[in-house]
Design a protein around this ligand. Structure first.
Ligand SMILES: [Zn+2]
Length: 427
């Protein structure tokens, strides 16, 4: 049951990308240089001497600055980036001019392959992708889709990986409005040659990409002795570290200054200048934020496995069928189970129901301070032709939702592998 819009038109995400002309590319390069004025950044290229466009450029994703550094690093070649629909909000013309390929988050869009072919074969340019598909919540690699290997295999071109460091420490997703003084660094390397690609299986490609895309910003911070002295450095961290490891209460964590603490049991941890956690009293359960984060993931996994996982809440819903404005759909109800997401509501006197099946989701888009609508926690459920931005009534629950989606995907992949190897074993 669709939403009863007055205007049923949608932004056409199948539209083929434009070629980025020399002048536009120079403009993007120049504007990126200007945006980075006063910011300390470094680009290092490894094994890139004889790499020529067309190629696929895969980058990790921490903040908007990644786009600018990538544009500079790949210049004079131009990049057609796969971008998400909310990036087009109020500026579809600019995004089209910049050669972007529009996609709704975590959907499998068949027209994407045609756009990729156009960029690589017809334009001979770079296809830019951020396969993690959202800013890193905790400064470590997110789950990557299995379909990435298939796409690379079909494309048949060189693959280059760019790993940014420092961008998350400089602008963490959970408090992007307050920047810290941290130098930025991009390491770019060709990881697959197009000749070698012919002999590689999809599984081998995926493994190579996964290995190349490993990063941990807290390890990087320590190894490079980067001191973050800002007195607000822990503020917002409770958005991702939402469960207390001491009393196990969820969604009652908070943070202020350099500390994160539990409002239920009162336990408190200091985030040091070097990104380590230290309990003020008693045991320190986790040395760094990513370890805490991964522990939370395991708690969710356990709930999924023993069948106790369930989410349900009233949500305030906004949608983006086109690009010029968000439609205010009022209150709705969002449910998440092992089957997937269901969003129900009523708009202009007609009920609607939006579903996303678990089988088709490898991640979900969440925002802690969404700049386009309201500065609160929000989760985006996208279908092929619409996106629903839901603001839950419950506090601090969206990180758990994203864990649940990622873990369900992982369980499915494992199940498929298990069945496959069982079948092969029988033959
Ligand atoms: Zn507690």
């Amino acid at each position: 049951m669709d939403v009863n819009y007055k205007n049923n038109r949608r932004y056409d995400t199948d539209k083929p990308p434009r070629k980025v002309g020399k002048f536009i590319n120079f403009l993007i390069y120049t504007l990126s240089k200007i945006a980075l004025t006063g910011i300390d950044y470094k680009i290092e290229k490894i094994g890139m001497e004889d790499v020529k466009a067309p190629y696929i450029y895969l980058s990790n994703h921490m903040y908007f600055v990644d786009f600018e550094i990538n544009a500079i690093a790949n210049y004079p070649y131009s990049i057609n980036n796969v971008a998400t629909i909310d990036g087009y909000y109020r500026r579809p013309f600019l995004m089209e001019l910049a050669g972007c390929i529009c996609k709704r988050k975590f959907t499998t869009d068949m027209s994407l392959f045609a756009s990729i072919r156009k960029v690589l074969d017809e334009y001979g340019d770079i296809l830019g992708m951020y396969p993690e598909a959202r800013y890193t919540p905790i400064g470590t690699t997110a789950i990557l889709p299995e379909s990435l290997g298939i796409m690379i295999k079909r494309a048949g071109v060189d693959v280059v990986v760019g790993i940014h460091h420092g961008n998350y420490l400089h602008t963490p997703f959970w408090n992007y409005r307050k920047k810290r003084k941290v130098p930025l660094y991009l390491r770019m390397e060709k990881i697959i040659d197009k000749e070698e690609l012919k002999e590689m299986s999809v599984a081998e490609i995926n493994e190579r990409v996964r290995n190349a895309m490993q990063y941990n910003e807290y390890t990087y911070q320590k190894e490079n002795n980067i001191h973050i002295t800002e007195p607000f450095r822990a503020e917002g961290l409770h958005k991702v570290l939402y469960q207390c490891p001491h009393c196990l209460t969820e969604s009652k964590m908070n943070s202020k200054g350099t500390k994160i603490f539990c409002e239920e049991c009162g336990k408190s941890w200091e985030l040091t200048e070097l990104g380590e956690l230290v309990a003020e009293d008693g045991v320190t359960e986790f040395a760094t934020p990513p370890e805490w984060f991964e522990w939370e993931r395991k708690q969710v996994r356990r709930q999924l496995e023993d069948g106790t996982y369930h989410f349900e809440d009233e949500v305030e819903v906004y949608s983006l069928p086109r690009t010029m404005r968000f439609e205010k759909l009022g209150m709705g109800k969002l449910t998440h189970t092992t089957e997937g997401f269901t969003l129900t509501g009523n708009y202009r006197d007609r009920d609607y129901e939006i579903t996303r099946n678990t089988k088709t989701l490898y991640g979900v888009h969440v925002e802690y301070d969404y700049c386009y609508i309201k500065p609160h926690d929000c989760i985006d459920i996208s279908t092929l032709d619409d996106s629903f931005y839901c603001y839950p009534k419950k506090q601090n629950v969206i990180t758990k939702l994203s864990f649940a989606v990622e873990e369900m995907y992982d369980m499915q992949v494992n199940e498929r592998r298990r069945r496959k190897s069982k079948k092969e074993g029988n033959e």
